[in-house]
Write a protein that binds this ligand. Structure first.
Ligand code: ADP
Length: 344
């Protein structure tokens, strides 16, 4: 409670100054596509051009807000944005991690990857300003779209495939730039809107950041690894390549086709590991078109080089979108499992 004081005492101020000195010494460097980047490569957003309007949720660092951003002082129109905040009393490590996240996102330039607008790092609380993706995350969206007794699904097979195409395009861009995401999953993708015309974007780079700082051991190590989305060579030998992301993408395909179920429902991570190592794979979700299941299983080839690249995955998805039988497949929820309570 002492630490939460609003007006800092002399000692607090001293500590803060010391920390600011340290910050300039230890600013994270980030390498992308062979170039080095630091804080000065990030675009500054003047704080006074930002208006935070409501809280969106809790992030890894602090609260994330919805806000409005005026590009120029006299502008009548304001742009909707998402603002990630770093609480004032954060550790130096958190400050660096926060900056690194901005550096990582700032180097991407692709319609299926969340766009960084800029940062306010001049003083506290520090902000990362992103394009607003108001449709929420892909997993929640899929769960909300399941058919119920009284109504069919609001989505059809084409909608699902289009979501998969969007994520694959983002992944292809990352692959081309030799960036390994390490946590491709429906929970880490956000939608521009829930309504038709929605675009899905890869929006969370937390795992790549943690590994870049090699601090994920500090935060609990293996316990926080997304085992159910990882190929054997990653959880057994710690080998991560673009083919790791391909495997995870296959699991994301399964998540989409199952309308947001937890992969290997009810199975603990250690059991999933032995299942997968001995050749076991996720079953096709109900009504999953065989062409789509074939893409999934190709992503789960035991030999990483045998897995397809994202260009091939996109070609296969285009094939699905041209196949009348695939497109006509009605969506069907998993049976015998309830919507309530349990994460299934
Ligand atoms: P974490 O760091 O724990 O992965 P995030 O910081 O990415 O979580 O996100 C926290 C909350 O803010 C989530 O509810 C997420 O959906 C929301 N959020 C994050 N980025 C955006 C964005 N660009 N647009 C809209 N909502 C966002």
């Amino acid at each position: 409670l002492q630490l939460r004081r609003k007006t800092p005492s002399g000692a607090d101020l001293q500590l803060r100054n010391l920390r600011n000195d340290l910050m300039t010494e230890t600013n994270p460097n980030y390498e992308f596509a062979g170039e080095r980047y630091t804080l000065k490569d990030l675009r500054d957003v003047p704080r006074e051009h930002l208006r935070l309007t409501r809280a969106l949720g809790q992030g890894a660092f602090g609260e994330v807000y919805e806000g409005l951003y005026k590009m120029r002082p006299g502008d009548a129109v304001e742009m909707p944005v998402a603002v990630k905040t770093l609480p004032e009393l954060s550790t130096l490590q958190a400050e660096n991690d926060f900056m690194l996240e901005a550096l990582i996102m700032g180097k991407f330039n692709h319609p299926n990857i969340v766009h960084l607008i800029g940062v306010c790092f001049d003083k506290h609380p520090r902000y990362i300003v992103l394009e607003l993706l108001s449709g929420g995350d892909l997993k929640t969206f899929l769960r909300e779209s399941r058919p119920r007794n009284d109504r069919p699904s609001a989505l059809n097979m084409k909608d699902l495939l289009m979501c998969c195409v969007d994520v694959a395009k983002g992944c292809k861009y990352l692959e081309e730039n030799r960036f390994i995401h390490r946590d491709i999953a429906a929970r880490n993708c956000l939608l521009t809107a829930k309504t038709p015309g929605r675009i899905v974007k890869i929006a969370d780079f937390g795992m790549a950041r943690e590994v870049y700082m090699s601090d994920y051991y500090r935060k609990g190590g293996k316990a926080m690894l997304p085992i159910k989305w990882m190929p054997p060579e990653a959880f057994l030998d710690g080998i991560f390549t673009t083919k790791t992301d391909v495997w995870s993408y296959g699991v994301l395909l399964w998540e989409v086709m199952s309308l947001g179920y937890m992969p290997y429902t009810g199975c603990a991570n250690r059991n999933v590991m032995s299942l997968v190592v001995s050749g076991g794979r996720l079953e096709p979700p109900p009504n999953c078109p065989s062409l789509v299941y074939a893409i999934m299983t190709s992503c789960w080839h035991p030999e990483p080089p045998q897995r397809p690249d994202f260009a091939t995955i996109l070609e296969k998805l285009a094939g699905c979108l041209q196949d009348p039988e695939t497109l006509a497949t009605p969506l069907k929820p998993m049976i015998g499992l309830t919507e309530s309570g349990l994460q299934i």
